[in-house]
Write a new protein. Structure first.
Length: 352
């Protein structure tokens, strides 16, 4: 069975197990009741314990194929990078706090929380982590509580026992008001902003449902294997460097699809037009590197020393086709190349 294109939520969940590979011919993952797991060699067991083996289980307390299948399905449902299943909610909350916070950090938290969560706040204070509680139904109160050393905003939804609902959209909007989508730090070009909350939701839905046609221009080192092509390579966190992304297996990453075509060829470079059909972090940069033609100036996924004189990577969000609120036909928006990128192309053309 082929992978359906642009599946809706229910279809994604139905097919989630199949995407992980059939086990003994079963389409859906079986439930494993074993507590212990056998190995042909003691070295294999040691590798699982030390985390150097890919996959494998040693004892149910550390994980089972069943919990792993649940984590994979949750990741698919939430379109995330990964998931970890805990035996209790408090175990999950404590793991998040103790992993992401350290002495000297500041936490902004909801004052509407479960009693045991409130007790954990006291433990965090003993560890040197300052906690400020606010009414999270009011995004302005959250914004006012944020300090330079604030590392996290924590809420529980729906709150227990008062059933208060935090203003999640408002809290997120305080950080990026009106911003519908993002560009990488060095990527130039079009970015979409919403003037009100209704428009913000509408436009984000257009991106989420893949109804926005995006066009990027990229100058790459070398050339792709074919003048026109399509890349389907899953993207996830780089296991060796969590600050980077990487091409990973389907079980560990999220689906990422890009289409490209050659616009202009030079002696040692190629100008490509990219159409990302999904919106993964660093998608075009990674797909270019996957094709063995990294983007010029990309010191993370390409050459450490750029092949041309440039102070950034050569990636530009050139065109957006999107249906705006209360309209039926798509609008077309374009942003010309900035002078610094245009001059690079002119220099390459003069060398032909």
């Amino acid at each position: 069975m082929t992978t359906p294109h642009n599946p809706h939520f229910t279809t994604q969940i139905v097919h989630a197990d199949r995407l992980g590979g059939a086990e003994h011919g079963a389409i859906h993952q079986p439930v494993h009741t074993s507590v212990q797991y056998g190995f042909d060699k003691v070295e294999d067991l040691i590798a699982v314990f030390q985390g150097t083996a890919k996959g494998g289980f040693n004892y149910a307390r550390q994980g089972t194929p069943t919990t792993a299948a649940l984590e994979a399905k949750l990741t698919q449902m939430e379109q995330g990078q990964g998931a970890i299943v805990f035996s209790t909610g408090m175990a999950g909350i404590c793991a998040i706090f103790l992993t992401l916070l350290k002495a000297g950090d500041h936490l902004v938290a909801s004052k509407f929380v479960f009693g045991n969560t409130n007790s954990v706040f006291g433990t965090l204070a003993d560890l040197g982590i300052e906690v400020t509680t606010v009414d999270v139904t009011d995004a302005a109160q959250v914004a006012a509580a944020v300090r330079p050393h604030t590392r996290m905003v924590f809420v529980e939804t729906i709150a227990n026992p008062g059933t208060q609902m935090p203003d999640l959209e408002g809290i997120g909007g305080e950080e990026r008001p009106g911003v519908v989508h993002r560009l990488d730090k060095e990527t130039s070009g079009l970015i979409l902003l919403a003037k009100n909350e209704r428009a913000h939701r509408w436009l984000q839905d257009q991106f989420r449902l893949r109804k926005v046609d995006k066009t990027y221009l990229a100058l790459v080192d070398g050339k792709p294997p074919t003048p026109i092509g399509r890349v389907e390579a899953h993207i996830g966190r780089d296991p060796k460097d969590r600050k980077r992304m990487a091409i990973v297996s389907g079980k560990k990453g999220r689906e990422a699809i890009s289409e490209y075509k050659t616009l202009e060829e030079f002696d040692k470079h190629t100008l490509l037009e990219f159409h990302p059909l999904t919106g993964r972090t660093h998608q075009i940069r990674l797909h270019c590197a996957f094709l063995k033609c990294p983007i010029v100036g990309d010191r993370v996924y390409g050459r450490k020393n750029p092949s041309v004189e440039i102070g950034r990577h050569f990636l530009h969000a050139y065109r957006l086709n999107v249906v705006l609120p209360n309209e039926k036909e798509a609008r077309h928006f374009e942003a010309p190349l900035p002078d610094e990128l245009d001059s690079v192309l002119e220099n390459l053309r003069s060398e032909k």
